[in-house]
Design a protein around this ligand. Structure first.
Ligand SMILES: *Cc1c(COP(=O)(O)O)cnc(C)c1O
Length: 422
């Protein structure tokens, strides 16, 4: 791909872009003082923007509830009893799974715990957990608390997969070394498939292979992967995964998450799990007196009847993903993030370094930019100039041009502002 460093070129790319029309299907945040002036929103990796259709999907539920009351469970336009099923196929498609492997439920950290109830079954000899050293704090806390819950000491039981000295990125060979040395003591991996800090995309298939050499259960957090990359969960053979829907999946603050349990466990009733009525056989769920009869597949991890209003927002978003397809989204994302990389390199300053991998198979939309000697005042400067981005101490700006609503012009304008601010 040969890019050019000019606004004119960026605008031409937008005109040629087959996804350009989708930008107008989202609300782009604007400046307080000037409602006409759209901000340069590069934070879709933290909270995705609102599709203009979302309110209609939510309104449908509100109207059905007003009109039907409890009857809405079966009589609503999209009945509430099976509402989560309306999301399953599209969600499975996005993460490369079979429908039986996926369910939308709860929130991410809750789902990680429920999955660890099933897949972290430590014994006196095999009890350790591998996490990446700069894992998202919630995942670290979740693993620490699970380890303690089972009576082990996190200091001994948690092994950190670290980047090598002087680098920021993880090397798969180092995970293999950990397993070669301590594999017999390791019970589980819980690893971010796309690192939230560096934007590095890991090879899930390889991670699963390494784990399974020593009968280690392999779990993946896909918070930064779902709707961003194509993780092919089924073929990767990881045992379980969980993600949220408010980042690249644009379903609104605190919206529900989803989980994946590999098909090989779909009918394994012996798996330990916490239960609730929503994972009970749908035919006899309302008999209330029947003994627990767990549903096959990922649905068998549900506990409660789910919040339909949140699911309506997810349905609105998934309908856009269905219409466009992940293949096209990835194609544009590669170009857009490639353009961002090109322009940052054009700044040509030894102060600026991209820590995200150069290889496009090892990254998604996000680039993490390290700015030497910078502090938070740099972030304030670019924010004041109309850029919404994310600052991570000590010196990293994370930006994620999102293919569904960001433009080449956004990327061009952002880099001009960054250059001026440094
Ligand atoms: C965003 C994110 C979370 C947030 O967890 P919630 O339970 O949804 O609050 C957890 N882990 C990772 C890796 C994330 O990126």
């Amino acid at each position: 791909m040969s890019y050019q460093n000019s606004l004119k070129y960026a605008q031409e790319q937008d005109k040629k872009d087959s996804l350009q029309k989708y930008r107008s299907k989202f609300y782009i945040p604007t400046n307080d003082n000037d409602k006409e002036k759209e901000l340069i929103y590069l934070c879709g990796n933290s909270l995705g923007l609102q599709p203009k259709t979302t309110k209609h999907y939510i309104q449908e539920v509100l109207d059905d509830w007003a009109k039907l009351g409890v009857e809405g469970h079966t009589e609503a336009k999209h009945p509430w009893l099976p509402y989560h099923e309306f999301l399953t196929d599209a969600m499975a498609e996005i993460v490369g799974a079979k429908p039986i492997e996926v369910v939308v439920m709860n929130t991410l950290t809750t789902n990680l715990h429920l999955l660890m109830v099933s897949f972290y079954r430590p014994t006196a000899k095999k009890y350790k957990v591998v996490v990446e050293s700069d894992a998202f704090p919630s995942d670290k806390y979740a693993v620490e608390s699970q380890v303690k819950f089972h009576g082990y000491n996190p200091k001994d039981a948690i092994i950190y997969w670290k980047p090598r000295k002087g680098g920021e990125l993880l090397q798969i060979g180092d995970l293999q070394k950990i397993v070669d040395k301590q594999g017999d003591e390791i019970a589980m991996f819980l690893i971010g498939g796309v690192n939230y800090y560096t934007g590095q995309v890991l090879n899930l298939k390889k991670i699963a292979e390494i784990g399974h050499q020593k009968n280690i259960k392999v779990g993946i957090d896909l918070a930064h992967g779902a709707g961003n990359i194509q993780p092919n969960l089924h073929d990767s053979d990881v045992d379980f995964a969980a993600w949220c829907t408010y980042k690249y999946l644009n379903s609104g603050p605190g919206s529900l998450g989803a989980l994946f349990v590999h098909e090989k466990y779909a009918r394994d009733k012996a798996l330990n799990r916490f239960a609730g009525w929503w994972s009970h056989n749908k035919q006899t769920r309302f008999n209330m007196r029947k003994e627990y009869d767990v549903l096959p597949g990922a649905e068998g991890w549900q506990l409660s009847n789910p919040p339909i209003l949140s699911m309506a927002a997810i349905r609105a978003s998934l309908d856009i993903f269905k219409e466009v397809g992940m293949k096209k989204i990835r194609e544009k994302s590669d170009k857009l993030t490639g353009y961002l990389e090109f322009l940052i390199n054009e700044i040509n300053s030894d102060k600026v370094k991209i820590i995200t991998p150069k290889d496009k198979n090892q990254r998604g939309a996000q680039l993490s930019i390290q700015v030497k000697d910078a502090d938070k005042s740099l972030h304030k400067k670019i924010t004041d100039a109309g850029v919404i981005s994310d600052w991570r101490e000590p010196d990293v700006i994370r930006v994620a041009p999102v293919p569904l609503y960001n433009s080449f012009e956004d990327v061009y304008r952002f880099v001009s502002i960054l250059k001026e601010s440094i």
